[in-house]
Design a protein around this ligand. Structure first.
Ligand SMILES: Nc1ncnc2c1ncn2[C@@H]1O[C@H](COP(=O)(O)OP(=O)(O)OP(=O)(O)O)[C@@H](O)[C@H]1O
Length: 170
């Protein structure tokens, strides 16, 4: 009997989780963009025959962004529930931090995208070849580009952190 109840509870939790995902995809424009991008990136990976290890990397970063966007939505809803339309610096801090988490995830995805897709895409554009490029065959370009982008990002982050607060435009 107890086992049956546990099973029902488990089924219910799963059902609510699916409802949460469905609602987030239906109502959040950013989530819709992430889902479409995820599909396109996976199709591109299949088209360019990326190696299995890279497929895992792509899955990991795609799901990370979807997870962060879902948690971001949960935080937005919880903040709106407690405070409604009233402006509060803590509500702003909570929503901005949640959006920052999504931005971190998106940056990671871009870096993974460069690492995984740059060389296969370049090879396809140059000679129409869709050959699997293994890690040991990779050149330095993707790596250098990732390091350069990371460097720019860290410098931008430091500048943003230490310059005086900007006034809201609107
Ligand atoms: N109650 C509030 N008090 C203070 N600032 C807020 C409040 N609500 C929103 N903001 C500010 O407005 C920004 C956007 O908030 P909003 O809830 O519209 O999220 P969003 O990112 O536009 O999400 P979505 O488009 O999915 O609704 C927040 O990051 C925050 O800076």
């Amino acid at each position: 009997m107890r086992n049956k109840n546990e099973w029902q509870r488990l089924k219910r939790s799963f059902f609510y989780a699916i409802c949460g995902i469905r609602e987030t995809v239906k109502t959040q424009r950013n989530m819709q963009i992430h889902v479409i991008m995820a599909l396109l990136v996976l199709l591109l990976g299949w088209f360019l025959a990326i190696p299995k290890g890279d497929v895992l990397l792509v899955f990991f970063s795609v799901f990370l962004v979807l997870i962060l966007e879902t948690v971001n939505t949960a935080i937005e809803k919880a903040v709106d529930l407690t405070i409604g339309d009233t402006f509060h610096p803590l509500a702003k801090a909570a929503k901005d931090a949640a959006a920052g988490a999504v931005l971190f995830g998106a940056i990671l995805s871009v870096l993974v995208g460069i690492y995984v897709f740059l060389e296969p895409l370049w090879q396809f554009i140059q000679n129409g070849e869709r050959r699997v490029i293994h890690t040991e065959e990779r050149g330095e370009i993707a790596f250098l580009l990732i390091v350069a982008l990371m460097f720019i990002f860290v410098v931008w982050l430091l500048v943003e952190c230490f310059r005086p607060e900007k006034k809201e435009e609107d």
